[in-house]
Design a protein around this ligand. Structure first.
Ligand SMILES: N[C@@H](CCC(=O)N[C@@H](CS)C(=O)NCC(=O)O)C(=O)O
Length: 212
């Protein structure tokens, strides 16, 4: 089986997929697309993903888009180790946490939305303020969603999709100077980054990363 990930080193959505590929012990080829120069809008890439967003994952020639759909596919096809709990109620809670970020935070502050705001006349400071506000309210809600939980990861002892989605969003928030000092979220981040799959998925570890 050949896996090819269309990615960008700093993309949080691609980062989620890199993490799960690593957790499941899969090997993949990387095709980088530099979002700064709009490589995601090149016709060859739009033929794969008409949304013009990374990531996309090619599996033996079939193309999958949307990071959470890709992760659910990987979970079904390669169940071990799982990133979703066995219990349906817990699965729903893990998914809800992940979607709180992936549906309600990240899309409102991704590159194209920030570019649209800029194009409509907001100055850079106002655009960055928008991104910070979206991220701070989202992360505050995420911290509350798991404030009755304990353990090294969001939902206890095992890594789940919630951790996979949280880690890139925390990094993204820091890039914009948004508040991230939620003790439990930062403790989860420290535990996660000690895992080789999370460490290997870090932006700086990607072949297309800018030199440090
Ligand atoms: N919901 C999508 C979001 C994908 C997304 O927004 N990707 C960003 C990078 S994190 C992107 O390609 N941005 C390019 C742009 O906004 O033009 C997913 O989870 O895959």
């Amino acid at each position: 089986m050949n896996l090819t990930l269309h990615t960008y080193w700093r993309s949080s959505a691609a980062w989620r997929v890199r993490t799960v590929l690593g957790l499941k012990g899969l090997a993949w080829d990387t095709v980088p697309h530099d979002l700064r120069i709009n490589a995601q809008q090149a016709p060859e890439y739009l033929a794969r993903n008409p949304q013009g967003l990374v990531p996309a994952l090619e599996i033996d020639g079939a193309v999958l888009t949307q990071s959470l759909a890709i992760i659910e596919y990987l979970e079904e096809r390669f169940p071990q180790p799982p990133v979703l709990p066995a219990d349906p109620l817990e699965r729903a809670r893990v998914r809800a946490f992940a979607l709180a970020i992936a549906c309600d935070v990240h899309p409102v502050q991704n590159l194209r939305v920030l570019r649209m705001l800029r194009a409509r006349g907001l100055d850079q400071a106002a655009v960055d303020g928008w991104a910070r506000e979206v991220m701070e309210s989202g992360l505050a809600a995420c911290a509350r969603l798991i404030d009755d939980r304990s353990g090294p990861f969001c939902f206890g002892e095992a890594i789940t999709l919630a951790d996979v989605v949280l880690i890139p969003q925390l990094a993204n928030a820091r890039r914009f100077g948004a508040r991230t000092d939620y003790p439990r979220l930062e403790a989860i981040e420290a535990h996660a980054l000690a895992h080789p799959a999370f460490a290997a998925a870090l932006p700086a570890a990607q072949p297309d990363a800018d030199p440090a």
